[in-house]
Every structure is written in C-alpha cells, then in structure tokens.
Ligand binder design. Structure first.
Ligand SMILES: Cc1ncc(COP(=O)(O)O)c(C=O)c1O
Length: 433
C-alpha cells in the first residue's frame, strides 16, 4: 500500500466535518423570544427581521423566507414557467414539455424543480477556470435547443462563475435566469463595474440556510427578487395559495413552504456572523493551498478579478499524471495504490479512517441515473455518444466527469483548528508517498 500511517497523527477525537453549523449565542435568544411571545408559527418578528436584513444585505427589494432552499428553487422555477408559458392546469407543471438549460455539476436540488414543474433539464458542461457553467457550452445549448427560454444556474461551492458572460448569452437568446446561490451566500461578482452579491443576480434568486451552509437556520431558504408582485406570489403559494375570502378559497395550487419563526430566530442570530464565517473559510482555503502547494494537485479555482467567493468548501483536483487507478460503479469505489500517486477514493478513505469527513465532487447531473436520458451539452456540442469504437477507446470528453473523477471536497468546517487542518494536510501528503 502506498499509504503509510504517520504515527504522530492520531484519529481526531471529535469528528472533523465538511461543514457543520457554528452557533454563537444570539440564535438561542431569538428562538426563546419566539417561544416567550408565543410566535411559534410561520409569522413573527424573526421572519420580518431576517427578510429585511437579507434583502438589504443582498441589495434586492424583497426576500421571502421559506422552509428550504429547495422550496425557494421550486417556486422560483414555477414563477419563471408561468411568466414564460402561462398558468398551468392544477395537475400539470408550468414547464410541461419545455426544455430548461441547467448547471451540471451541482446538487440535485438545483435542477429537480424543473422536473417538479414537468420540464426537461438539459445539462450544460462546466469550465475548468471556475468549475461552473461553461459559457461556450451554454451558447452551444441555445444552438441545439433554440426553444429554451430558461437557465438554472448554480454557483458551486461558493465560487461564482462567469456570470456576466452567461447573462449576456441569456439576454441574447431572450432567456430568464433562476439563480441558485444556496452555497454562495456572501460571495460577490463584478458586474457592470460594481460588486454585486450572489442571490441578487438572476431574474429569480434563491439561497439556503441548510445546516451545512455558511450560515444556517438548521434548515431554511429564501426567495429574493426586486419584483413586489413576484414576492407576493411566492408568499401566497408558500402558504397554501389562499384567496382573499372569509373561508379557504383556492384558485391556484398551494404549498406549505413558509419558514417557521423559530427557525428564523436561528437565522437572525447567524446573520451578523456571515462575514466572520467567510473570513474563516477563506483562511482554511488558503492554508490548504499553502500546505498542499508542492503536491501534484490544485485547489478549486476562482477568478480573482471578477469574483469574491465565500470559500464555503475547500476542494482539490489531482493532476492526471498523479492519479492512481480508481474505478467507481453506482455505489462503490475501488482503487489500486501506487507510489507517488493517489486518487479521491484513497484520500477520502484515509480521512475517514482518521475521523475526518471529505466528499467526492458533486456527481454531475448528466451522470446521475435519474437524468441519464436527458441531453447534455459540452463546448463542442452534444456530450452524449461522442466516442466511437472504431476511432478511439472512448476518451472522456466532458469537464464535469473529469472533476468528479479527480476531485474531492476537504474538511472545511470553520471550527477546525490550524493544528487539525495541518494534520489533514499531512494525511493527504502521506497518500502521495
Ligand atoms: C447548490 C444547492 N442548491 C440547492 C440546495 C438545497 O437547499 P436546501 O437544503 O436548503 O433545500 C443545496 C443544498 O442543500 C445546494 O447545495
């Protein structure tokens, strides 16, 4: 075996997490206030406060607090569908029979709402420079699917991609953008010469307060918009779509998607710590970069001139020449250790053996069994069926697949001490010996 356990490193007594909640105290005060004033409901001061504070912070007119980022994405996608194609029958989605172009390397919650609304996602490949949607592949997507009028765009691991270019392409094709900023709250993009917050950039914008996010409510999410009308609609849909009548009157399909005032108390307590969390995450990313500098790998990249990531997760990508053989099926992975080389599976298993949590790069949507029949577009055209048994051996053609194969997310918890992080770095170094 290539890996030799360094005797100086003991398994971490308390598990080192990828990203876990970091509480500060005020969260409990606001939760208690909800309890003591009996606003144990989906209305209350905490909700009003966090909606006002987040709208102000992100520079948008309106914020609507919801039970999850996924709920925000669903209602954002539905709003877009209604605007583009009109109101649907109660038993049909607004995107029935419609194509939606979507980020490929992301968490499935970004794109599942397209299916909730009966639409068909077409996945757009990723660029190496930022690990986000490739503008060239998006342009190809519009060539292949000129009828597409909606793009769902996620910012991976808190790093925004080339938003200005993507927006220009969407505008040229008359397409709307649903922005998934679940992982990137606090990250910024230079747009039209000014720094703008992710979560305010699209036509419909979403953030998440899931327990692993940069700030959390334990769960929760938000829909963000400049449109009063859209905000009102999301509020209505999220509380069962009641019409203005003395009884329960329903003329649209409704959802129970509103955030609780207790959860909002947690979010309210967290908001003042967003910048501190970003600074901690940045320091973690930089310490990994320094500590791993001489190894055959690179960190998750970003464009310093046009983006300010929130550094939610630190990730690495192993150089091709330094990859030991690794195979994966749909559930398991195997590798063969080689001197001087490693692979994500070896590093993840090593970290796990020492009680530290890592994770493979999010498996691209076009590789997911659930979406195997959906189209996938790379910068050179269709990403499906591009090898030829008579011409080559079936080489990989897409970036997402390559990132998944060679990349992994590292323990990025903002409570990790520098000493603990140095031990993680040493474990990674050992994998390459
Ligand atoms: C990119 C992305 N989109 C959407 C979500 C869904 O957010 P939530 O868990 O709040 O529903 C997550 C994470 O959970 C995510 O990482």
């Amino acid at each position: 075996m290539a890996f030799t356990a360094p005797s100086a490193i003991k398994p971490f007594e308390k598990k080192l997490w990828l990203a876990s909640p970091t509480m500060h105290g005020p969260e409990l005060d606001y939760m208690r206030e909800a309890y003591e004033t009996n606003w144990m409901s989906t209305v209350g001061a905490n909700l009003n406060e966090i909606e006002a504070q987040i709208a102000k912070k992100l520079g948008v007119g309106h914020a609507v607090a919801l039970g999850a980022g996924t709920a925000a994405l669903h209602l954002a996608t539905k709003l877009a569908g209604e605007r583009l194609y009109g109101q649907a029958r109660p038993n049909e989605g607004t995107l029935r029979g419609r194509i939606v172009l979507a980020s490929d390397v992301t968490f499935d919650a970004s794109v599942n709402p397209i299916a909730y609304e009966d639409g068909e996602a077409v996945f757009i490949d990723t660029e190496r420079e930022t690990w986000n949607m490739d503008p060239a592949a998006l342009e190809r997507g519009f060539e292949m699917f000129p009828e597409a009028k909606l793009v769902v765009l996620a910012h991976l691991y808190g790093t925004p991609g080339r938003f200005e270019e993507i927006r220009a392409i969407c505008r040229r094709h008359g397409a709307l953008i649903v922005e998934d900023a679940a992982e990137s709250l606090g990250a910024q993009v230079l747009l039209d010469g000014a720094w703008r917050e992710t979560g305010s950039l699209g036509d419909y914008n979403c953030i998440s307060f899931n327990g692993n996010k940069i700030i959390t409510g334990s769960s929760g999410g938000m829909f963000l918009t400049d449109s009063r009308e859209d905000a009102d609609k999301v509020r209505k849909w999220s509380t069962q779509s009641r019409e203005a009548a003395p009884w329960y009157q329903h003329e649209e399909i409704g959802y129970n998607y509103r955030m609780s005032n207790v959860i909002a108390g947690v979010v309210r307590g967290q908001i003042p710590y967003l910048e501190e969390h970003i600074a901690q995450k940045r320091a973690i990313w930089e310490r990994y970069r320094e500590g791993l500098r001489d190894l055959p790998l690179s960190m998750n990249p970003f464009d310093e001139r046009t983006t300010r990531p929130n550094f939610w997760l630190s990730c690495l990508l192993i150089d091709e020449e330094a990859m030991c053989p690794q195979v994966r099926d749909d559930r398991k992975a195997l590798y063969r250790p080689e001197k001087g080389k490693s692979c994500p599976t070896e590093i993840l298993e090593t970290l796990a053996a020492y009680n530290a949590e890592g994770r493979p790069i999010w498996k691209p949507m076009h590789m997911q069994p659930i979406y195997a029949s959906h189209a996938f577009v790379t910068a050179s055209g269709s990403g499906r069926g591009q090898s030829n048994a008579y011409l080559d051996g079936g080489a990989e053609t897409d970036v997402g697949m390559d990132l998944f194969r060679r990349g992994l997310c590292l323990p990025s918890d903002n409570k990790m001490t520098p000493e603990q992080q140095d031990a993680v770095i040493e474990l990674i170094r050992c994998c390459f010996r």
